[in-house]
Ligand binder design. Structure first.
Ligand code: TIU
Length: 220
């Protein structure tokens, strides 16, 4: 069996059973004028990982492995957005309000779209999710079962919110999870680093982390 050089120890690669989940690489988190900026964040660090995510996507696609994209967004009538979520963060404008990229975090609006460089290809699965975790109120569990996957690569934003939440959900469901270090970013550098350490601690209690180059070398 081949491996991906990872922390806290090599990730055992079970060929045919691994896929990539790219979390929420949407304009609303990555471009000025979206949800991330409305929460008071500098979005520039998130823009900077687009090339690394693209390199990972290209390598996974070239290896013939499945790709799943997620988007955090809500129905236009906000029926899937808990009022407590909408009220939180003190963001102005907030979820459902109009901004320069349309209504914030609403399905079908320009801001909810994945950035063009990372656009899903025909045939790749796109999961719209109303929560931070991608399993909550979505068909992701059934999709992964149907694909026959046992291992998941993770990339996207933000590291400690939607990426970590989804990775923990997947870990609890029995998937072996590996986070691509340079293909994930946070508005808070210390939170990104802490997430890596939390994931890897206690003998990979949540999973593994590795640079994109190591992942590509392993799956290539
Ligand atoms: N605010 C923040 O860091 N993240 C989110 O609200 N959603 C995701 O992480 N996608």
């Amino acid at each position: 069996m081949s491996v991906i050089r990872a922390e806290p120890f090599d990730f055992p690669l079970r060929r045919g059973g691994i896929g990539l989940i790219v979390i929420d690489m949407q304009r609303d988190f990555i471009e000025p004028g979206g949800f991330g900026a409305a929460l008071g964040n500098d979005v520039a660090p998130l823009q900077a990982i687009i090339p690394a995510v693209r390199a990972l996507l290209d390598g996974v696609r070239a290896a013939g492995l499945p790709v799943i994209h997620t988007r955090e967004c809500h129905r236009p009538d906000l029926s899937d957005c808990p009022p407590a979520k909408r009220a939180r963060g003190g963001a102005t404008p907030t979820i459902g309000d109009r901004g320069p990229m349309g209504r914030i975090l609403i399905a079908g609006e320009p801001g909810a779209e994945i950035v063009p460089e990372l656009a899903p290809l025909p045939g790749e699965t796109v999961i719209d999710k109303p929560g931070k975790g991608a399993f909550h109120a979505t068909p992701l569990a059934e999709v992964l079962t149907g694909m026959g996957l046992r291992q998941l690569l993770f990339a996207g934003v933000t590291t400690e919110v939607c990426v970590q939440t989804t990775m923990r959900e997947a870990n609890d469901r029995g998937y072996e999870c590996l986070l691509a270090e340079d293909a994930t970013e946070s508005y808070f550098p210390a939170f990104r680093q802490a997430t890596f350490e939390m994931i890897r601690a206690q003998g990979a209690i949540v999973g593994w982390t590795a640079p994109v180059a190591a992942i590509l070398a392993g799956i290539g």
